[in-house]
Ligand binder design. Structure first.
Ligand code: ADE
Ligand code: ZN
Length: 332
């Protein structure tokens, strides 16, 4: 089964670029840019990667972003992520990036976009794999900051497929951001929001009904509202599930209790993703292998998850069809 999972063509739709900085890369960039971190060795970094909850994780994650200064740093982390996941048969990725963390340190969006888009171009040339970018708003910084960031994002309309909400969920309900999402849709951005990771089912419902998102990130706690589950199934609203993240952040106690398989069996459009692979113990394939063991997933489940990853993507219809055919041929 591991080999089947490793080689099946797939897309990854929920990955924060900053969450892909491996400890070795973190230390290399820190040394290069003369940034003082609290750690000196890979072992020390790894020891620090134990989290009480999302807030606790976000603090350490934000510390890690301090090593990024120049376009070449953004290039290096993007290239490292794309080459790693290409080796896992990820043929398309939709990657969250953040402007707000950097603008506060005087790093302009041009620097970020220059590095990241160059790496995406090179990956396309070298592997034929594609990647789209999603601008994430940090919900704890509020609505005005999100609107300002949206205007900044419009400059890169051709390189950003969409916008999303990330960071601390509890206390920052989706409806706060209604106007931001309404504006973003006018510019033609696809929209999504982290919801139901820590927050209640109501946050998932309001992401769909008020923000009118195209996709929900996580969405785990939607299961607490059966009418909402029915709506998600009927409307085939994609949920990007991140099993190892849910365990690392204490949102699910044991993988055996994860609702991924239930969701699949109910006909929900779920995919498996890594969220922050350098922090949570694995990339998309490690996530798939772990849930397969814990939930006794079958080959048919894996094929469905791979299919769902492309169906839930923002790729054009002809590309989706092409990849679905590829999976069909692979699994016959
Ligand atoms: N940013 C990076 N990882 C995140 C997560 N799991 N939830 C919310 N915001 C995030
Ligand atoms: Zn996330």
């Amino acid at each position: 089964m591991k080999e089947f999972i490793d080689n099946i063509p797939k897309a990854e739709l929920h990955i924060h670029l900053e969450g892909s900085i491996e400890p070795k890369m973190l230390l290399t960039l820190a040394e290069k840019n003369k940034i003082r971190l609290r750690y000196n060795t890979i072992e020390e970094v790894e020891k620090a990667y134990h989290f009480k909850d999302l807030k606790d994780f976000l603090y350490i994650y934000t510390q890690g972003t301090k090593v990024l200064r120049k376009a070449e740093d953004f290039y290096d982390i993007t290239k490292a992520y794309l080459s790693k996941v290409y080796s896992q048969s990820v043929l398309h990725a939709e990657i969250f990036i953040d402007f707000q963390t950097y603008s506060r340190r005087g790093i302009r969006s041009e620097i970020i976009m220059d590095g990241i888009t160059s790496a995406i171009k090179d990956a396309k040339r070298d592997y034929g794999a594609s990647a789209y970018l999603i601008l994430a708003f940090l919900r704890h910084l509020g609505v005005r900051e999100a609107l300002k960031t949206l205007i900044e994002g419009v400059k890169y309309r051709d390189d950003l497929i969409g916008i999303g909400l990330a960071s601390t969920e509890l206390g920052y309900p989706p409806e706060m951001f209604e106007k931001v999402f309404e504006e973003a849709r006018k510019y033609g951005f696809k929209t999504m929001a982290h919801a139901g990771e820590e927050g209640p089912a109501e946050y998932v419902r309001n992401s769909i009904e008020v923000l009118k998102v195209d996709r929900v990130d996580h969405g785990n706690r939607a299961m607490e509202d059966s009418d909402l589950v029915k709506m998600i199934v009927d409307r085939q609203i994609p949920l990007t599930i991140c099993p190892l993240s849910n365990i690392a952040l204490g949102n699910v106690k044991r993988l055996e209790e994860h609702t991924l398989k239930k969701k699949l069996d109910m006909g929900m459009l779920v995919s498996v993703n890594s969220d922050d692979p350098a922090y949570f113990g694995g990339y998309v394939n490690e996530n798939m292998i772990s849930v397969t063991k814990a939930l006794n997933l079958t080959k048919a489940d894996i094929v469905k998850l791979a299919n769902n990853s492309f169906v839930s993507s923002f790729l054009p219809e002809d590309k989706k069809k092409y990849y679905l055919e590829m999976i069909k041929r692979y699994s016959e």
